[in-house]
Design a protein around this ligand. Structure first.
Ligand code: FAD
Length: 384
């Protein structure tokens, strides 16, 4: 049986100092009314000005090379900054995907021209990305995508339809997974390629899909005969499968999988601490212990990324446990909240609670479903 591990990593004094620096900055922003802490802020709270501000502090593109406008800091430093921003419900949605995964994809597979034109803009918080993987009949089984890119005399012609594209209506680019050739008899993952698609091109049509809170954060994105230049191809033609698998590992590996609703837990404890001390300390104790364990595991993943490893299984594990944790957290708080009369609830806390209740069901879909995560873990353990 092939096992996987989470090496124990300690936060150094230097990292703790960085953590305090970010915390101080966030407190100042909140005190200046620059933002109100939001639930699921990496999906729902987009504020391009705030993104630019983070860019100017050197907290975007943190680990990217300096020659492309990055900051050459470590994955652990990036982890600390990310954790603080998430825990405070800061408006990070505009740049989230670009900073988390698209920039790294461009750095890893892009041409020099692509890197020079895109990475500095990501690092300064001026260029935002969407993920173009899922399609109406293709989610978990990504190899079945039907969006097609055909070679032309000047580049590529893109035809197809992507769905659930988070934030695409606010983004400059989407990395689109498309079929550029047929799958082979032996390997259905062959013949896929990734493209850097400029979303302002003619014949790209982005239509919002309201979720059950009525908000429009994801979209259907239609490509109807879109002319792409030759250098829109990202990486090697036909190697899109291995590229997209690497991108998914980046998508799943961060602390957003268990800190999306930390603002709710934090506010709830602060607001009702006297009542909780009387009859809810066991609930809170259990939640904090689980949260601390998840943090240690996620920190460990950041250290593996720093060492150039590919912790796909560990990321799937933390994503799955993180989803479960957030679900249990809201359920536990709801049970306890029955004893608190409505008039004792501050409006902001009630909003956080309502948002969490409505949004948490989607956690076990976005970024890969529970069954898919368990499948990845089972394969690593040699169980399938
Ligand atoms: C909030 C949110 C944001 C999203 N943002 C994006 C985005 O920005 N870009 C993007 O491309 N996509 C995005 N998605 C789409 C997301 O990645 C897909 O919903 C997900 O991959 C599941 O695909 P599906 O919805 O087609 O479900 P399906 O794949 O049809 O799955 C339906 C059910 O069948 C189960 N199932 C499927 N295959 C297997 C299997 N082999 N073994 C066992 N069970 C299986 C699944 O676990 C699930 O329960 C987002 C989704 C949500 C909810």
């Amino acid at each position: 049986m092939s096992k996987f591990t989470f090496p124990s990593i300690k936060e150094t004094n230097e990292l703790s100092r960085l953590r305090l620096e970010v915390r101080k900055f966030i407190t100042e922003c909140i005190n200046n009314n620059e933002f109100i802490p939001a639930a699921d802020s990496w999906v729902f709270a987009a504020n391009p000005e705030f993104s630019k501000k983070l860019g100017s502090k050197g907290w975007l593109g943190m680990s990217f090379p300096k020659q492309y406008g990055g900051n050459e800091r470590t994955a652990l430093e990036r982890y600390v900054v990310t954790e603080e921003l998430l825990a405070s419900g800061a408006p990070v949605a505009a740049h989230w995907i670009a900073d988390r995964q698209s920039g790294s994809q461009v750095l890893r597979y892009g041409t020099e021209k692509q890197k020079l034109s895109i990475i500095p803009k990501i690092s300064s918080g001026k260029c935002f990305f969407a993920i173009g993987m899922s399609e109406p009949d293709s989610g978990s089984d990504l190899a079945s995508v039907k969006t097609k890119a055909t070679k032309t005399a000047v580049g590529w012609n893109l035809e197809g339809r992507k769905i659930w594209s988070t934030g695409a209506h606010l983004c400059n680019y989407m990395i689109v997974l498309a079929r550029t050739g047929p799958p082979s008899d032996k390997n259905r993952h062959e013949g896929l390629s990734q493209f850097l698609v400029d979303l302002s091109l003619p014949n790209v049509n982005i239509k919002g899909i309201p979720d059950m809170t009525g908000q429009r954060h994801f979209n259907e994105t239609l490509f109807d005969n879109v002319e792409l230049s030759e250098d829109a191809l990202l990486g090697e033609e036909g190697k899109g499968w291995s590229q997209v698998v690497g991108e998914l590992a980046l998508e799943r590996s961060g602390p957003e999988r268990f800190l999306s609703h930390f603002t709710l837990l934090d506010r709830f404890i602060n607001e009702f601490q006297n009542k909780l001390l009387k009859s809810g300390s066991n609930i809170i104790g259990k939640l904090i212990a689980e949260l601390q364990t998840l943090r240690r595991m996620s920190f460990s993943i950041a250290s593996m990324l720093q060492n150039g490893e590919s912790p796909e299984t560990q990321a799937a594990f933390v994503k799955e446990l993180g989803n479960k944790f957030e679900k249990t957290m809201v359920e536990s708080l709801r049970e306890f909240s029955n004893i608190i009369p409505l008039y004792e609830w501050p409006d902001q806390l009630q909003n956080l609670f309502e948002d969490a209740t409505l949004r948490i069901p989607s956690n076990s879909l976005r970024g890969g479903t529970t069954e898919i995560m368990k499948g990845i873990i089972a394969r690593q353990l040699g169980l399938r």
